[in-house]
Write a protein that binds this ligand. Structure first.
Ligand code: TXA
Ligand code: MG
Length: 390
């Protein structure tokens, strides 16, 4: 009862200023237009939810303005409802009209604090999420904010996502479209696997190009914070945000005590986990030669793999293909550069997890620079902080 409808992102064209003034796209493929309209109608006219592609990961979307839609998102995912959601808008015009309830504004950006202007000018549409104060007269469902005084918003760049939001003319609340705790989906088939029978429709717009979720930043505190590393790197945020952002802070490896209030509640939960146990290797700047470092890795793998049926090794830059000579071992490369590794990460975890009898997934990590920060952030969660240095 969950339908998958194909859409062609290349058939959707926006004007250069559409993300500001809200002008509608031109859709040249008839089937794509029909399917987008059908999904938009579900968002606009029902309390139901739709799976759809963004440039980061597939989202599970429902109206941000409607409590019942937001409840249906949490329900389909089995997600605890104290974890707030990102509202996706197609334009700043839509943010002003639909969330701030303003028909006429003199300065279209007036609801975006100046601290964010450098970032939003350069990085929207794209994988950047900012926190804004919840307006007094907000139309947003309180369930999207989970009682925070702020709400999270972004303008995605994926044409299917933007067109769906523009055509429904509704801000769309959308977490990643996976079952809670599972790796995020980067293909429509991942969404189907996790949510079939629980949602009416999935728009299939092909693979997500970025592969990890958006970068979440908070510019309402001083110094500004990187709350979640993602599709834009920390380096990009510091460089492109203007003066305020050059010393933007990130609390890496922060763990949360029970009952502690955190600005990004998503940090509290088990996340990104395959069924198999994940063991992460993190490269160190050290004096050991390569063969010595690989001996450490082999020892750890052999120890853990003693009594298991099968296991997988996902490699990045250093592990050679023939690292382990064992018929129970499946080896897969995550990619040849950091963007490719980031784009393949979740799909690779899902792929080996679905193979029969795989009990452990060993993953070679990477340095926490550039894309490496977001990749390692997701991998440490998938591994429940089970990390071996090499
Ligand atoms: O790329 C993405 O951001 C994807 C796609 C679908 O757009 N969405 C996504 O949503 O990753 P989700 O729900 O999995 O992650 C939202 C993140 C969580 O870490 C949440 O805690 C944080 O944003 N967040 C949302 N509202 C917040 C708020 N008011 N204050 C602090 N953190 C907030
Ligand atoms: Mg998620």
């Amino acid at each position: 009862e969950t339908r998958i409808l194909k859409v062609d992102p290349n058939s959707i064209k926006f004007s250069k200023t559409a993300h500001i003034d809200g002008s509608l796209p031109i859709v040249t493929d008839v089937e794509t237009e029909r399917n987008l309209k059908e999904a938009a109608k579900i968002i606009r006219e029902t309390n139901n939810t739709v799976g759809f592609p963004t440039e980061t990961v597939y989202g599970l979307g429902g109206s941000s303005l409607n409590d019942q839609s937001v409840l249906n998102i949490y329900k389909a995912k089995d997600r605890p409802s104290d974890n707030p959601l990102i509202s996706h808008v197609s334009s700043i015009d839509q943010l002003n009209r639909k969330i701030y309830g303003q028909q006429q504004v003199d300065d279209i950006s007036q609801n975006i604090p100046t601290v964010y202007r450098g970032l939003t000018d350069k990085l929207w549409p794209g994988p950047l999420t900012i926190l804004l104060p919840v307006p007094k007269t907000s139309t947003l469902s309180k369930l999207t904010t989970a009682d925070q005084p702020t709400f999270a918003v972004r303008i995605p760049s994926n044409p299917v996502a933007r067109a769906l939001i523009a055509l429904s003319d509704t801000p769309i609340a959308a977490p990643s479209a996976n079952r809670s705790t599972r790796p995020s989906p980067t293909l429509a088939s991942h969404v189907y696997h996790d949510l079939k029978g629980r949602i009416p429709l999935i728009l299939d717009g092909g693979p997500c190009s970025v592969g990890v979720e958006s970068t979440v930043v908070d510019g309402l505190v001083s110094p500004p914070l990187l709350l979640r590393p993602g599709g834009f790197t920390w380096e990009q945020i510091r460089e492109m945000g203007g003066d305020d952002w050059t010393n933007c802070k990130f609390e890496n490896n922060k763990t949360v005590a029970a009952g502690e209030k955190v600005r990004t509640p998503g940090m509290k939960y088990r996340h990104y986990s395959p069924q198999a146990k994940v063991i992460l290797f993190a490269p160190q700047k050290n004096d050991l030669n390569l063969s010595h470092r690989l001996e450490i890795v082999k020892d750890v793998i052999e120890q853990h793999a003693q009594d298991v049926r099968k296991y997988a090794i996902l490699s990045t830059f250093i592990f050679p293909k023939g690292l382990i000579n064992d018929p129970r071992c499946i080896h897969k490369s995550l990619g040849k550069d950091s963007s490719e590794i980031q784009a393949n990460l979740f799909a690779a975890l899902r792929e080996v997890d679905e193979m029969d009898d795989i009990d452990i997934i060993f993953v070679e990590g990477m340095n926490e620079e550039g894309e490496g920060l977001a990749v390692m952030n997701r991998l440490k969660k998938a591994a429940s902080n089970n990390v071996t240095l090499f």
